[in-house]
Design a protein around this ligand. Sequence first.
Ligand SMILES: Nc1ncnc2c1ncn2[C@@H]1O[C@H](COP(=O)(O)OP(=O)(O)OP(=O)(O)O)[C@@H](O)[C@H]1O
Ligand SMILES: [Mg+2]
Length: 365
Amino acid sequence: MNWDDTTDEAAGAAERLVGPAAERLVDSGADGEDQAVEAALRPKDLGEFIGQEKVREQLDLVLRAARARGATADHVLLSGAPGLGKTTLSMIIAAEMGAPIRITSGPAIQHAGDLAAILSSLQEGEVLFLDEIHRMSRPAEEMLYMAMEDFRVDVIVGKGPGATAIPLELPPFTLVGATTRAGLLPPPLRDRFGFTAHMEFYEPAELERVVHRSAQLLDVEIDPRGAAEIAGRSRGTPRIANRLLRRVRDYAQVKADGHITQDIAGAALAVYEVDGRGLDRLDRAVLEALLKLFGGGPVGLSTLAVAVGEERETVEEVAEPFLVREGLLARTPRGRVATPAAWAHLGLVPPRQAGGKGQQDLFGT
Ligand SMILES: Nc1ncnc2c1ncn2[C@@H]1O[C@H](COP(=O)(O)OP(=O)(O)OP(=O)(O)O)[C@@H](O)[C@H]1O
Ligand SMILES: [Mg+2]
């Protein structure tokens, strides 16, 4: 979806949200508009990068030491959920090293030859950013092992019995791999990174700083409380914070004088059906069904999915991870169960002794 920045945008907000789950405002993946705006909002150096204190401190040491030695930095693996800043950090690594960056991704490398072509054209010290590194093909992966360790690749010339491997020396380079699924990386690949950064979800206070910084870059006036309101609904994810900020800005322009206050932010996000905790319509529908139709569970995933009129996969992969992370829903062997926090969040009172012993066992109440 490619939304442009016209001012009557907020007016059509409600209708636009009636779409597939993939287009949700609180989805942590990047859509077309995000990609365009993100480039402008990306912090350019480590000092500008907000939060992730540990990762920043460690990475700073790795890069400083390499610079002091006049060497190329060790290979870096960045793992973490979508929208937490992996691509941003990879660009920062190149900038801090004063090196050019080449960007590609696992799915783009189908054959080992594709990788050989990229590797053999790298300049000394260049940063090679390999996004979604867990989705690379096996043969390419094996070529990468040797390239990472020995800065060498074997280029296969010819086919069948007559094929020969021609060794090719590579200039030293820094591989920056990014993955949302570190668990899927084969250990030999994981072990070849000198430094692995695990990116965590952001604290609300950090997201407030992200919102303030982005507002400044977008030339939007925002109150501290307005920023806090947006941060609190952003699911610990800077990409979502930036997206909510843009939608709130639209609302502020159309319905007010453009200045974002707490009230404006709250009213705007109510239009977009993003609640105080960052749950959207789908998340709330799942919770409501679980509480109102099934007394808080346990209920099977398929039954729950039918009740909200969605596919099983949508409920399981789109709605549940955040609900589980927020401690609102638990996946148990007997089915999905609402936690006491879920009842509280929807302002409902749990039926006394509902679920009987099962719920008592689960929560020790
Ligand atoms: N620490 C941060 N400080 C400020 N802004 C940030 C930070 N981290 C991320 N952002 C913002 O969030 C947006 C998304 O970040 P980025 O594209 O780096 O995420 P990602 O981890 O690569 O996501 P994906 O897994 O989808 O590729 C960027 O535009 C950037 O402006
Ligand atoms: Mg990325």
